[in-house]
Write a protein that binds this ligand. Sequence first.
Ligand code: PLP
Length: 441
Amino acid sequence: MSDQNDDPIVPVTPRRMPKAPVEEIGGRKLKPATLMMGHGYDPVLSEGSLKPPIFLTSTFAFENAAAGKRHFEGITGKRPGGADGLVYSRFNGPNQEILEDRLSIWDEAEDALVFSSGMSAIATILLANVNQGDVVVHSGPLYAATETLINKILGRFGVTFIDFPAGASPAEVSTLLEQAKQQAAENGGKVAIIYLESPANPTNALVDIEGVADARNQVFGDDAAPPIAIDNTFLGPLWQQPLKHGADIVIYSLTKYVGGHSDLVAGGVLGSKAHMDPIRAIRNTIGTICDPNTAWMLMRSLETLELRMTRAGENAEKVCAFLRDHPKVEGLGYLGFISDASQQDIYDRHCSGAGSTFSVFIKGGEAEAFRFLDSLKIAKLAVSLGGTETLASLPAAMTHLSVPDDRRAALGITDNLVRISIGVEDPDDLIADFEQALETV
Ligand SMILES: *Cc1c(COP(=O)(O)O)cnc(C)c1O
């Protein structure tokens, strides 16, 4: 539209220019909760629409042929620095890019990538880092599908693994890393990646990320040191930020707390640009990016992330205080009430909150646990976690049914272990529900 207009009926609209992003005021860095409302998006570029439109397009028009060539030089790695514009929706789109900018703020990561699920994120990381003959070192237990991917599927391609229990000391991890180094040399490969999950599900055992990083540095020195990746789904991004404790790659099932409403499936990966670039290249090749609609929903979720997680954490603390002393409860696996000194030490160094997912051991066995679950009136019976609603499940009979009996026993996943993910309901209503359900046991 022209700035000059002689028609008296049509008002003159001066051309609007994008504003510079505001990340601090008066030398004070803005907090993530503030930045979630606008960071990375300027309404001026989208007809003034306050919220980002959902860009439903499979491809993006080049301004000219030379620009098209320049974009592809970036995508294919012929020119360093990546693509400097949007090309094709399997690579990226405006909604996903804004989401990635916002997601990286919480963990203060240099770069972020979003995926169609937590598992597609994890598979893409492994494809980017692992070759034939390599060894994957991982903490245990892992999310069941992750364990299948590392221990069974990668095995078909000549990749082996060595695992250690989540609570292992740095000295034990050192010994295992030496062993892994030797195994890799025998197989003609390298130790490709150290893969952690903390807290472990459903036991809430914590991994000493700093201890693992020290062990890694000591065993491998500066060159050929494998990256440390960690699945931070249970406590992140609010209550644990592993990049600050020596991890290189942070992984989220965004399906859980970040999505937070049990209405989408997505994944995220964060870290330095150097660690993200090879993962992005694999994502570009195989198309594990999330779709624009899901990206838009995740941006809406990020606006209330701190509110939701804070409330869920406060609710869990109240519910656990009630459950702790109940005569029908044998024990609790809740990070707010740790009894082991070394686990407490890890918690104090790494975590700023106990989360809202925990296990409660009902006195008795499966029959008593089933009676408790079937009597719940507010809490829903479902797997997954981190949503606005409270969910309960019995891992031994559901998520961990396929785990062999002896391994399940070693992990402490007993028939009376009920896993609970507390939502944002009224805490006294939740306590009343648990109280009446326990009475039926
Ligand atoms: C749910 C979950 C995953 C898998 O994520 P999806 O989004 O379901 O693919 C991975 N790790 C942990 C810890 C999870 O809870």
